[in-house]
Design a binder for this molecule. Sequence first.
Ligand code: PLP
Length: 231
Amino acid sequence: MKLEIGESPAGAPSSVAERIEGMRESIAAEARALGRDPRGIVLVGVSKKQSVERVREALEAGLTDLGENYLQEARDKFAALPAVRKHFIGHIQTNKAKAIVETFDVVQSIDRLDAGVAIARAQAKAGKRVRALIQVNVSPSERFGVRADEAPGLARRLREDEGLEVDGVMAIGPLSPDPRVVREAFAAAAAAFAAVGGTTLSLGMSGDWREALAAGSTMLRLGTALFGARA
Ligand SMILES: *Cc1c(COP(=O)(O)O)cnc(C)c1O
């Protein structure tokens, strides 16, 4: 059978709504197989480099959370979309802390003390509270993130001295074809989460969400699996 451009092979999801529905079912099945309640897993749609049309379709299909890496792109996109919970998952530049706090509800990428201090002080000034996660580096291919053993000390310092609501840990998995390498990295992130405390372990992307669920992830950040290939 010859496919027209833009057409999907039979059985493959062709729309964002179908992809979301399919992923929800797969995640729920995987969670139940692990003895976990699927309702304990938050789905964040990573909408970087995706069109406003695709993102709007996702929100209409019931997606409640969006993640963005780039501040200006996020602001432009959010302005054209209905209300949604907004997660910043990109690298924090301290001179952008004010705009990050104004734009987002959750800041997942606190990867050093001065980034956390900047976010805490910006939210105090803005009269708004964000939820924060400590970004832990568990992968040699990742540039950012604190060492797992540094996460509890950083969390304590930001909570006690800066009044930041640190609600857990975020990590990006290694780009390894070996599931054992991924599992080991995710176990380190889960241990850091246990030591930091809070409610959220943000772990798992389109290529490694099953391993993430097995490691105890409570929040999956899915881009291409929900929206298709990025522009
Ligand atoms: C891009 C990105 C994602 C989503 O990646 P996919 O592989 O498209 O699911 C998740 N988390 C972070 C931090 C990202 O930068």
